[in-house]
Design a protein. Structure first.
Length: 301
């Protein structure tokens, strides 16, 4: 009997669980599902957790049902309750969260990411780059290396759409803490960084595409929660990090004031935004990091 060596090789590859949570996501979910289905990595399962949508989301899921490993559609207690349901149902060695309004960077994104992981197999949590789409413009955001992760977390967050974590990591960190309605993933990242037994690695793959939209409103609602989590973290509870965080925030504030002044001088009039809005709009790098940190769920969440 002939042995199909390609099938045999595929069966030895790690299974990746892609978890998508959504509610009333009919406008974007189809592209997300198609993106996952197009992945060339041979061992992928797609788990969709829907918070009892009332638009056309259910019909879209049903059209793709044969390609989905798990579908749950029921009321939940918010974004992170849905994400926890996904983790509980995941069978893969690795887990990645892909929002309903995000897509993989290309059909080979998972394949390339897993090849990068195979080159440094001693890690537990791996993160790559993410392509940020701002209207017609595209920008590839490459996070800093692991030894600069704590600094990155002061004004932003490592991108969850570009992160593959071993499922076993959640046994150490626990699931997402439902006390945090908007940024429990930020809290999870700080738990990862605080645990010396969890090994963080960076990979060279651009994993996913993130559509930037509504960032200012997300920041206004969610950033106070981020700072509350950050201020309570033992990682930053020392004089050295208190000083460094103040310096970073002062530098960001000054950059915002300078760019707002340059814009006012160039146009001959102040930007048509409030002072707070001008500061936010004038912060390309920090705003990008904060927007990447902002967890977004589609309308109705």
């Amino acid at each position: 009997m002939a042995i199909d060596h390609d099938v045999t090789a595929a069966e030895t590859q790690p299974l990746v669980s892609v978890i998508t949570v959504c509610r009333n996501a009919a406008a974007t979910l189809e592209a997300c599902l198609a993106s996952v289905a197009a992945q060339t990595w041979p061992r992928t399962e797609h788990i969709v957790i829907d918070g009892a949508s009332t638009d056309g989301t259910a019909a879209i899921i049903e059209r793709h049902r044969t390609r989905l490993a798990v579908v749950v559609s029921e009321p939940d207690r918010g974004l992170y309750d849905a994400m926890n349901k996904g983790v509980a149902r995941a069978g893969g060695e690795f887990v990645i969260f892909l929002n309903a309004d995000d897509v993989f960077a290309g059909p080979d994104a998972l394949r390339d990411a897993m090849r990068d992981i195979a080159r440094q197999p001693d890690g537990d949590v791996y993160y790559g780059a993410i392509e940020v789409v701002m209207g017609a413009a595209r920008h590839c955001h490459t996070p800093p290396p692991p030894d600069q992760a704590l600094e990155e977390m002061v004004l932003g967050c490592l991108p969850h759409q570009a992160t593959l974590a071993r499922r076993a990591v959640f046994e150490r960190t626990g699931l997402f803490d439902l006390r945090w309605r908007r940024h429990a993933d930020y809290d999870w990242w700080l738990k990862v960084l605080a645990d010396p037994t969890i090994r963080l690695r960076q990979i060279g793959t651009t994993v996913a595409c993130f559509a930037l939209g509504g960032a200012s409103s997300d920041l206004a609602k969610g950033q106070p929660e981020v700072f509350a989590i950050q201020n309570a973290s033992p990682l930053y509870d020392n004089p050295e990090w208190s000083r460094r965080r103040i310096e970073m925030l002062q530098k960001a504030w000054l950059a915002a004031r300078i760019e707002a002044a340059d814009l006012r001088e160039a146009t001959g009039r102040p930007p048509a935004l409030s002072w707070k809005g001008r500061v936010a709009a004038a912060l390309p790098a920090p705003l990008l990091r904060l927007a990447l940190a902002a967890k977004r769920r589609l309308p109705g969440a």
